[in-house]
Design a protein around this ligand. Structure first.
Ligand code: FRU
Length: 321
């Protein structure tokens, strides 16, 4: 089945798949009906943050190979595709459904899955309402607020910030924007220009910035809702020979962005913690009858600047290339 990237966890099959022997398609669709199923609907598997996410979640699932089998579908950031995929996954009657929603449009499909009896864990992007069991991920509002406070300090309380937004109707976009704006309420000397939704994508942010520069509107800084878009904005500005500006991103999952911070191209990023491994552990606990004490498992962030970049690289050796 297209984009069905399920794999059977028992290690003999996993080893077979990883060694590259045989037809990996056969292994990819194999499942073990005698084990409970954990199904994962991923928003996309294309961008660097999600590539680390996918790797992590599979590694963690492998550790529980005798307890459950695991299957994943990814939606290429297409909300409709994700709804179809959730419905397809539910036909397999998973005990646990993990979802990293593309947007809030997944709400109904998620609620139906919950009504059908799946234990629902949301990863990284939440949805409104309460028909789900646990959210695991970063605190996007808090990260937005920290980014706003950092920006205000860098601009000494005065200037214009261009905000490059993620995906409209994705909760992190709203929370990263909202936290940032709330932090700036204490700094009336700072104005924010609401830029476009650039889908968390580097190329879209680069094109947006190229066009924005044509408008000749003055600005002093860029707040991008993720690092890919921060890098895209930087590339457009450097190609247009625009003098350096304060650029702040979010994710901290790539060596490239840390190098850009060391080189002074980007001022700071905020680590957006990977939810895959903790979510799998919560799913495994659930199968053993244990539930977390809160329905929000918030993972910690940290700020990365020129001063802390080397330490960050040492502490996080597995960043994406
Ligand atoms: C990846 C991503 C990350 C971002 C997160 C927000 O798809 O765009 O860059 O931090 O999703 O949900």
């Amino acid at each position: 089945m297209k984009n069905l990237r399920s794999y059977i966890v028992p290690s003999v099959f996993a080893a077979f798949a990883l060694s590259g022997c045989g037809n990996s398609d056969k292994t990819a669709t194999a499942e073990n009906p005698s084990l409970p199923l954990i199904a994962f609907a991923q928003a996309n598997s294309q961008d660097p943050w999600r590539q680390v996410f996918d790797k992590d979640i599979k590694q963690e699932a492998d550790k529980h190979s005798s307890e459950f089998s695991f299957t994943e579908q990814e939606a290429e950031d297409d909300p409709k595709k994700q709804i179809d995929e959730i419905e397809t996954l539910m036909v397999k009657k998973p005990k646990v459904l993990l979802v990293s929603p593309v947007t809030e449009a997944a709400q109904k499909a998620i609620e139906d899955a919950h009504d059908a009896g799946a234990y629902v864990i949301l990863l990284d992007r939440s949805i409104p309402g309460n028909k789900w069991d646990v959210y695991v991920g970063g605190d996007n509002y808090a990260i937005g607020k920290m980014a706003g406070e950092y920006m205000a300090k860098k601009l000494s309380g005065k200037g214009t910030v261009l905000m490059i937004r993620g995906i409209a109707d994705a909760v992190p976009t709203k929370e990263r924007g909202g936290g940032f704006m709330d932090a700036l309420k204490a700094f009336p000397g700072i104005t924010v220009i609401q830029g476009d939704d650039c889908g968390y994508q580097r190329a879209k942010a680069q094109t947006f910035m190229e066009n924005f520069l044509q408008s000749k509107k003055p600005f002093d800084a860029v707040y991008a809702h993720n690092d890919e878009m921060a890098i895209g904005a930087y590339l457009a500005m450097s190609q247009a020979n625009v003098p350096a500006k304060v650029i702040v991103g979010i994710d901290g999952c790539q060596k490239e962005v840390v190098q850009d911070i060391k080189d002074g191209k980007i001022a700071a990023t905020f680590r957006y913690p990977q939810p895959g491994a903790p979510a799998v552990d919560i799913a495994a606990d659930f199968l053993k009858g244990k539930k977390p004490s809160s329905n929000k498992v918030l993972l910690p962030t940290e700020m990365v600047t020129k001063e802390t970049a080397d330490k960050y690289l040492q502490e996080h050796p597995n960043l994406a290339d």
